[in-house]
Design a protein around this ligand. Structure first.
Ligand SMILES: [Zn+2]
Length: 166
């Protein structure tokens, strides 16, 4: 019999837990009178952080298989349940990875079509975007980060409970 040192909850279990927490968060948002477009943006981030950009992109998981070509290198770079499953560095590693991919794709596309490659500089372009949409970006990324944190908390709790009840 195979003994799993770190048993993992299924994707379905992650979905159910995350969406249950999202309902509780909706109540918190209503309490603070920000149950409007702000919750919507947070909710979209949270949804993406549950379905697509999750800590399990470091392994052959359901979210990983939804966009395999995008995350292939990420999976190769990060060992399962290490960096990607870190509460703070995890989400940062995924977002930085996507930004780098985006920058590479933009460079390539603009270069192919003979367009000026980031005339104002890549950093300047990002900074301008960040300044203009600071609140929206924080809410959206906040949604991803909270959903990812819930994933990690469930992973840890699940493994602990499984080990105790063995
Ligand atoms: Zn996990």
């Amino acid at each position: 019999m195979r003994h799993d040192v770190n048993p993992m909850p299924s994707f379905k279990f992650h979905q159910i837990t995350n969406y249950f927490i999202l309902i509780l968060l909706a109540l918190v948002f209503s309490y603070f009178y920000v149950f409007d477009w702000r919750f919507l943006l947070f909710g979209i981030g949270y949804f993406i952080g549950t379905e697509y950009i999750t800590p399990d992109l470091d392994t052959n998981s359901i979210p990983y298989n939804k966009a395999k070509p995008v995350w292939w290198l990420y999976k190769e770079l990060f060992k399962h349940r290490k960096t990607s499953h870190n509460l703070f560095i995890g989400v940062i590693s995924r977002l930085s990875y996507l930004i780098i991919l985006y920058a590479l794709a933009m460079y390539t596309l603009r270069w192919i079509f003979g367009l000026p490659v980031f005339p104002a500089g890549l950093q300047a372009e990002f900074m301008q975007f960040a300044r203009e949409f600071a609140v929206q970006i924080i809410l959206f990324i906040g949604g991803i980060a909270v959903a990812n944190a819930m994933h990690i908390v469930l992973d840890i709790t699940y493994s602990k409970v499984k080990r105790w009840t063995k």
